[in-house]
Design a protein around this ligand. Sequence first.
Ligand SMILES: Cc1cc2nc3c(=O)[nH]c(=O)nc-3n(C[C@H](O)[C@H](O)[C@H](O)COP(=O)(O)OP(=O)(O)OC[C@H]3O[C@@H](n4cnc5c(N)ncnc54)[C@H](O)[C@@H]3O)c2cc1C
Length: 477
Amino acid sequence: MLGWRALKTIIHWFRRDLRIADNVALHEAYTRGERLVPFFCWEDGLVDGPDCAPARTEFFLASLGSLVRNLEALGHRLVVRRGTPAVELRKLAAETGASAVFANRGYEPGGRRDDDAVAKALGAVSVGFQTFKDAVAWEEREILTAAGGVYTVFTPYSKAWKLRTPPPARPKLGKARQPMPPGIASAELPPGVAEPRVPTGPDGVPAGERAAQQALDAFVVERVFAYAEARDYPALAGGTSRLSPHLRLGTLGIRTILARLAEARARATSDAARKGCDVWLTELVWREFYQQILANHPHVATRCFRPEYDALGWSGTDAQFDAWRAGQTGYPIVDAAMRCLDATGWMHNRLRMIVSMFLTKDLLLPWQRGERWFMQRLVDGDLAANSGGWQWSAGTGTDAAPYFRIFNPVTQGRRFDPDGEFIRRWVPELAGLDAKAVHAPWEGPLAAAGARYPRPIVDHAVQRGRCLAMFKAARGA
Ligand SMILES: Cc1cc2nc3c(=O)[nH]c(=O)nc-3n(C[C@H](O)[C@H](O)[C@H](O)COP(=O)(O)OP(=O)(O)OC[C@H]3O[C@@H](n4cnc5c(N)ncnc54)[C@H](O)[C@@H]3O)c2cc1C
């Protein structure tokens, strides 16, 4: 019998790919090696860093727990170590006799730095390090303009993206063929690595790979057909897929999603249903667009895509920021959205657009402050989508809404929460108001509605004028 060191051993380093199905690097490690060592590195600040959101941490812990159990069911054991990836992977490679480490690529600056450090540390001891495309269908240098440049405008990027056939889903991980070498210790997992939590209310998102697959099944079987009309109404349960936390953490593979969407589109029996599928695909392409923007232009994480806007003369105050954060601005749709975010870690896309536009263009506060707050709260907080979304609203980004496009929060509320149902759910002070008054309580009998609700902290019309002047000054106009 061969000694365990003679077996070709490959370590799979789990990062933002906490799943056993449709996982490119994991599948390659399993099929190319004789023994698989699944590994996760518990880095400092992972669950208690300054930008950790409580909901995202809970979601992560539950997803990691689900991964541990899914691996165990197939006879694999996840090795967890505390430290830095470069150091821990090098040690583990020596302990297990691994010839290579496989991992899926990340597109954030931090992930790239880790890749470089790991490649160097493993290279020094002649252990291979191979990374794979997994989180996206197409990477940052795969969809290029005719001149070979990268796209910075969404519509032509999306057209080019849709001309290609996406890569197929990879098979689920198989049973362990060889036991783990003896004496490979694992760090103890914190008690938070529990059973995936069940939905806690209309705005809770259940975690784990099975929950992700169930959420996808539930969406593509029917709801996707109504997506084009339903997606803009926050009060509507199920109008959108709620898959963003799973995409962010990798509990669901993008190839699986795209394949299921193509099947759904083939089943669609009306133009409206086909449109629902097409509009949803466009949203998935937005995700890839922002990933490629971040990979090609990493400065967008903290600075404006357009450098001329780094000089914008933001003039909002800390007190206004605090009122926005706490859902106390006096604009009901903004306050409902912000309270929902604080309580659940979730915010509907339409509301993200409304509150981000309000912070930047009504309160005249820099988008970076809102972007950080979102990261500290959102269950799906993702650097690429978040900085992309914030810069879109602020008018400082690649494919931004033009700077002079400014949402009126009252009109937005009336249009997308017409009965005021979402507002009443999160702003109980306004529960007694009818559908007309609930969007602008200061116009009606505010006292009857409950004087506890604040009057608007700014006048939208006045702030609009100030915002336009601020942008004109920065543009030198
Ligand atoms: C200011 C602002 C901040 C945002 N921050 C984030 C963030 O931190 N993380 C995040 O995942 N999304 C972010 N978005 C994008 C979008 O709001 C969410 O992806 C969406 O609300 C998630 O809900 P869903 O899964 O039901 O989406 P669906 O409508 O079902 O869409 C399917 C998937 O497409 C992707 N997607 C949809 N819209 C966008 C978009 N505009 N940009 C990029 N990807 C998109 C998401 O992965 C989403 O899960 C932000 C948008 C704005 C305006």
